[in-house]
Ligand binder design. Structure first.
Ligand code: S3P
Length: 430
């Protein structure tokens, strides 16, 4: 248990760990690239450490030069080894799903991918099915993990239309597409994060991108060289919301990834009245980056549509908290995918926010939040094994009147081990 005291404001300059999605991808692609791949700004966390361990188990060499600097020696696209035992993906859905795609074309080798109880309960048929359509041999356990992949020599390119907007499923199909004869195309119901596509382009793969579809052709070799990982927008988001809600706040977050497929929260908060400025826009590789300067602002309610949801999928819990302060009723439609995350986040967000006094209701795939421009009371929040709920509970504590007693706070280490230290440096007593 950890007690989060109410804060008067959040003030200062911070940086956040490297992007988790990009860190996973850089390590997985580094494992199949030719020669050396240097990953700088690697976002070290329990999830990404599982990916480093997986890369090693698959025969790649990974040297850890520093906490955030790795040097990988890859095995070539179809040269991954068969590990001695199962690959433990821990809590990391991105690792498990992307690995299925990468392993599908490793001829003659067999892999078992396991994870913790949360991961075992998450849907894996959504990845296995399209991969089977390519000729891959992928078996799930009652739809979830453990998942076994038996690598085959010849995968077929497919045109597939995904029923759900999922960057993980899209990425798995594209990675398998690198070993399939012909051109593999994935059509998404709505655009999702495109880090895989951007890294594959950097690595020399033939990628064709359109607003809602992407194609990749069979490749013989990838070479990444150097990957500079931007700060994780999803790790910056709790602080963006805290600074917006606490009057008198002035917070700068340096070097944050601003890929437009990730920053839906900024667009939604801005239309609610938030004051967020972006400075020092630049690129790291193909990824846009900038410094965010956030000042507090009164908010008004808004409506979020299903096509916006993938652009802020991991930030929806925080948006629901912000909506609790926005004058009027905020409706977020199309949040059904949240039920498949590290917890059923439709339920866990509703339970956590109600417990602190936010007037939120959920039904089916919708949230409704009645906002009032004053602080909620506070109370007890159980993160229950979900890192994003732990960070939500912490921000709720800062912006509450009486604080929050947070159960299972250490689960933040899944994506952001230093979260509470950063929080302590910026929180000013009221
Ligand atoms: C991720 C994609 C999203 C997101 C997850 C990371 C990725 O999941 O929620 O935290 O790195 O591709 P889905 O693809 O299942 O929507």
């Amino acid at each position: 248990m950890r007690r989060i005291e109410p804060a008067g404001a959040v003030v200062g300059h911070i940086a956040v760990p490297g992007d988790k999605s990009i860190s996973h991808r850089a390590v997985l692609l580094g494992a199949v690239a030719e020669g050396e791949t240097r990953v700088e700004g690697f976002g070290r966390s329990a999830d990404t450490e599982a990916t480093v361990a997986a890369a090693r188990a698959l025969g790649a060499q990974v040297e850890e030069e520093d906490v955030d600097r790795l040097v990988l020696r890859g095995r070539g696209l179809r040269g991954l080894a068969e590990p001695r035992g199962p690959i433990d993906c821990g809590n990391a859905g991105t690792l498990l799903r992307l690995a299925c795609g990468l392993l599908a074309g490793q001829e003659g080798r067999r892999y078992e991918l396991t994870g913790d109880a949360s991961l075992a309960a998450r849907p894996m048929e959504r990845v296995a099915e399209p991969l089977r359509g390519m000729g891959a041999r992928v078996e799930t356990t009652q739809g979830g993990a453990p998942v076994t992949v038996e690598g085959v020599a010849s995968l077929r390119a497919i045109d597939c239309r995904l029923p759900v907007a999922s960057a993980q499923v899209k990425s798995a199909v594209l990675l398998a597409g690198l070993s399939a004869a012909g051109r593999t195309t994935v059509v998404e119901p709505a655009p999702t994060r495109d880090h895989t596509e951007l890294l594959l382009e950097s690595a020399g793969a033939r990628v064709r991108r359109r607003p809602t579809s992407v194609s990749v052709e069979r490749a013989e070799r990838l070479a990444l060289g150097r990957v500079e990982v931007p700060g994780d927008f999803s790790a910056a988001a709790p602080f963006v919301v805290a600074a917006t809600l606490l009057s008198g706040s002035e917070l700068t977050i340096h070097g944050v990834g601003l890929n437009p497929r990730r920053t839906g929260l900024l667009d939604v908060l801005e239309r609610m009245g938030a004051r967020i400025a972006v400075y020092n826009r630049r690129r790291l590789g193909r990824e846009p980056v900038g410094d965010l300067e956030v000042r507090s602002a009164p908010l008004v309610a808004t409506t979020v549509t299903p096509s916006e949801v993938p652009l802020l999928i991991d930030e929806l819990p925080l948006l629901a908290l912000a909506a609790g302060f926005a004058r009027g009723e905020t409706v977020v439609r199309g949040v059904g995918e949240l039920r498949t995350k590290e917890s059923d986040r439709v339920e866990s967000v509703t339970t956590a926010l109600r417990a602190v006094g936010v007037r939120i209701a959920s039904a089916g795939d919708r949230f409704r939040v009645r906002g009032v421009p004053s602080r909620p009371r506070g109370g007890g929040v159980d993160a229950a094994g979900d890192h994003r709920i732990a960070m939500l509970g912490a921000v709720a504590g800062l912006v509450s009147r009486e604080g929050v007693e947070l159960d299972d706070p250490d689960v933040v280490g899944v994506s952001f081990p230093g979260f509470f230290d950063v929080l302590a440096t910026i929180a000013r007593r009221g």
